[in-house]
Design a protein around this ligand. Sequence first.
Ligand code: FAD
Length: 380
Amino acid sequence: MALEPFTGEHQAFRRTVREFCERELAPHAREWDEREEFPRELFRRFGELGYFGIRQDPAWGGSGLDFWYVVAYVEELARCRNSGLAMAMLVQGEIALPALADLGTDAQKREFLAPAIRGEKIAALAVSEPDAGSDVAALRTVARRDGGDLVVSGSKMWITNGARADFLVLAARTGGPGHEGISLLLFPTDVAGFQVSRKLAKVGNPSSDTAVLYFDECRVPARLLLGEEGQGFGYVMTNFQGERLVAAVEAVAAMQLLVDDALRYASERRAFGRPLAAFQAWRHRMAEHLTAIEAARWLTYRACDLHDRRQVAVREISMAKLFACDLAQEVAYDCMQLHGGMGYVLETDVARAWRDLRAMTIAGGTSEIMKEIISKQAGM
Ligand SMILES: Cc1cc2nc3c(=O)[nH]c(=O)nc-3n(C[C@H](O)[C@H](O)[C@H](O)COP(=O)(O)OP(=O)(O)OC[C@H]3O[C@@H](n4cnc5c(N)ncnc54)[C@H](O)[C@@H]3O)c2cc1C
């Protein structure tokens, strides 16, 4: 990897994403949080701009670009200042669609991938269940064969985009217990027996919908199985790599923005006759954070480089997710503290970021699970 991974083309693309986020999204960031929803049409807007197909095959409407374009996109997306919106869009483009792009048949891609890249269909990844989050192999939703159909029964929990999704990339049990019995399938949400039980009221990311889903004898054609039957657990684990890497990139970008904002505030806000930036305690705290963020960025870039070259990077990705998402908690805490009373008022970006970033050590694999993976990789 070159020490500067971004070419002039990557940077030009980055500028267009930044401009879009600052002009069209950020001015509405608070309003969408207060409404606990962002407009559905934004999926189409992101589709028009090509953001759901950055790496995807042009045959399905993608741009066929490398992973560093995705990194630039995710980094700039933080500037929309609405973490729920960013999460929803990343679930569509970088979390639900990659499995479909990797495993889908041409017919499946025509029916689901192409319209999702255009932003016409909303996608969700439905793996977690009320009794199976970290322990994916314990999932109980069943997809039973009946003639040429699969009959799905069970429930899913915490599904981002779940209330709005037109289709799910669904993990369900087609065989016996344990990880061997799990398959992935495409599940259109207009099937009889499917129900969005409720939208969960969350601590943060209020503009994104996170839903509990219920399946009561839902019949879908068996041609919607994704990849090979019984290989779903491995597919989910592979898909987690992209999801966790994107989370690390997102966390680094969010931290950088928080510190940039805090430095600006510290130079403007005065106490005891001087700007906050004149207090050594704050200068040193921010210097520590800038150093740690730089370390998180380069650990993450190392994982991005391996991922871009399609090398196995389970260790590096788990480390990047763990380090960046844990660090984000500390950075958000201090940046909020530096803002004093305004740091506790939801009209400031730092207050909402502190609240929203909390999800990052939980979603997509908890920090404890990252430590499990890293220690296993170390032979412990
Ligand atoms: C905002 C948000 C969005 C989400 N979006 C999606 C989505 O789109 N699709 C989807 O499928 N899921 C989604 N999830 C679910 C998420 O992936 C799970 O919540 C997460 O994997 C943790 O699972 P759990 O909640 O069941 O916690 P549990 O597995 O019950 O864990 C509880 C605690 O025990 C710890 N723990 C568990 N096992 C171990 C172990 N072996 N060693 C040490 N500690 C352990 C955990 O780290 C955690 O601290 C989302 C969650 C959130 C919060």
